[in-house]
Write a protein that binds this ligand. Sequence first.
Ligand code: SF4
Length: 228
Amino acid sequence: MNLYEILKRLESVYRPNKDEYIVLHMISKDNQVNHFEILIGIVLSQNTSDRNAMRALNNLRRDLGGIIEPERVLRTPVETIINAIKVAGIAKRRAETIYELAKWFKSDEGIVNKLHMLDVDEARKILMQIRGVGPKTADVYLLAVLRKPTFPIDTHIKRVLTRIGLALENEGYESIRKKIVSETHNDVDILMKLHILLIEHGRRVCKARKPLCNECVLRDLCSYYKKS
Ligand code: SF4
């Protein structure tokens, strides 16, 4: 199946709102990208809505005195961090990851430049060594911020790709990621658009419980639709 055709159709119907995607919101905010803050935003957005993640991030910024930076995190009591981010859920575990990230950024001021220079597999490996940073967090950061060719897969994307027939029900994250990156020939712009538009499609039409197949621009391509 042609991913480019899927992308073309999704592009024809959706205009994603940057404020509904925490990463798009943060990278479009100003020219000065705060990599530490973005990584924390991505950590906060796992397994919760982007809206709750943004609320948690804003609370954290407020409680750190207006700027999210490693030094401020490291001198802030863990209870304060937990309290600030609790709106996003699993606050204790996320707070631990935020401390780990703060230590990691503090340990090497040039770490972002080093990641820039590495290829995507090496950069993923380094990020995923940080406790609490999984493949999805690493991939969102590497694709959206460092613009490296990888493909983060969340529950919406997995569901849509499985229903269309581009992923198997029990296919693992790595297998799907590699397949999509290879089919798009490592094109970062295409990967980014696909990432956002498949989430948008999963949120608005290909919903978990009741997909709105009659409104779907992909139905003639979709295995789930053909079977049902
Ligand atoms: S036809 Fe239905 S199941 Fe298939 S992608 Fe569209 S909404 Fe999802």
